[in-house]
Ligand binder design. Structure first.
Ligand SMILES: O=C(O)CCC(=O)C(=O)O
Ligand SMILES: [Fe+2]
Length: 312
């Protein structure tokens, strides 16, 4: 009988703490390496993101998605070359064999001036909510994601046997985007309906905050041919490898198929943070391998999932 494993939980404080010893850091690097090569998924605690900040950003999700539909639609990502803003229910198709996703979302990222606007970079679209209810908590969470994302890519590179200097171009001006998500209660009886259809993430790595207790995320475990639920535990963040790192490591670090079916008895909120990296970077682990740039790779996958053309 195949034993269905649990996704490992790793305490990152032994790497992040300024006084962590080289042995402690090496232990974390090895644990992350093993989790990435076995599952492509892990959970982390000791990540340094205050619990109050996590709670506030989830509250901000609720406030945003509670706005009237017309207000949300006026902030649509489809009118925005930077792809910042609102996605309505059914607007994204993550699995072409399933029905459109039963979720609504909202993309945000680093504030880039209008004159430098381009794919995945530009000014954010801010909803008309008091700053303390939305802008401030979301920005605070975002700053933590930047810091944590940078530590994680460092840990990944070290685990692959590289010096962190290989990340110079990749982390120069990294595109790191947040997506606020809302899954309404799952009421469909159609087995092709998911909150998020089965997919792998497009970028380098994803850091996911789930609303505590609101199960729904499942990852595909190929050896046991089973979908494993990922626990939604307070103060625990889920990290997963995206297609870029999968490609750059020839599958050594796997981007694992996952999907969401809201298993709770009500709304479920979550906040993935997609660390894509500098858009002009290519494979930091094998320079000059002729691979696509980060931008070419993400643009292709992202725009297809929204039925957008890849020109603007
Ligand atoms: O909501 C979740 O738990 C996961 C979302 C996800 O997989 C994604 O947005 O790529
Ligand atoms: Fe995902």
């Amino acid at each position: 009988m195949t034993v269905i494993p649990e996704i490992p939980t790793i305490d990152l404080s032994s790497y992040i703490r300024p006084d962590a010893t080289p042995e402690e850091r090496a232990g974390v690097i090895e644990d992350v390496r093993s989790a990435c090569s076995r599952y492509g998924f892990l959970q982390v605690k000791g990540h340094g993101v205050p619990l109050a900040t996590q709670r506030e950003v989830l509250e901000s999700c609720r406030r945003l998605f509670d706005l009237p539909q017309g207000v949300k639609d006026s902030l649509s990502l489809k009118n925005n070359p930077a792809r910042r803003g609102y996605e309505r229910i059914g607007e994204q198709i993550l699995d072409a064999k399933a029905l459109p996703d039963c979720k609504e979302g909202y993309y945000l990222g680093r504030e880039v001036p209008l004159k430098q606007m381009g794919f995945l970079r530009g000014p954010n679209q801010w909803p008309d909510l008091p700053s303390e209810d939305f802008h401030a908590p979301v920005t605070e969470y975002y700053e933590h994601m930047l810091r944590l994302g940078n530590s994680l890519v460092e840990i990944l590179a070290l685990g692959l046997g590289h010096d962190i200097s290989v990340l110079k171009d990749f982390t120069k001006e990294p595109v790191v985007n947040l997506k606020l998500l809302h899954y309404p209660k799952h009421i469909s009886t159609d087995e092709r309906q998911f909150g998020a259809g089965a997919h792998t993430d497009f970028g380098a790595i994803t850091i996911l905050l789930q609303q505590p207790g609101k199960y729904g995320l499942q990852i595909f475990h190929a050896p046991s041919n089973a979908w494993l639920p990922v626990p939604a535990i307070e103060d625990s963040l889920v990290i997963n490898i995206g297609d870029l790192v999968n490609k750059w490591t020839d599958g050594k670090y796997n981007s694992t198929l996952h999907r969401v079916v809201n298993a709770s008895d009500g709304d479920r909120y979550s906040v993935p943070c997609f660390y894509h990296g500098d858009l002009s970077a290519t494979n930091p682990f094998k320079p000059g391998d002729g691979s696509e740039t980060v931008e070419e790779h993400i643009r292709r996958k992202f725009d297809i999932s929204y039925g957008l053309t890849s020109k603007s």
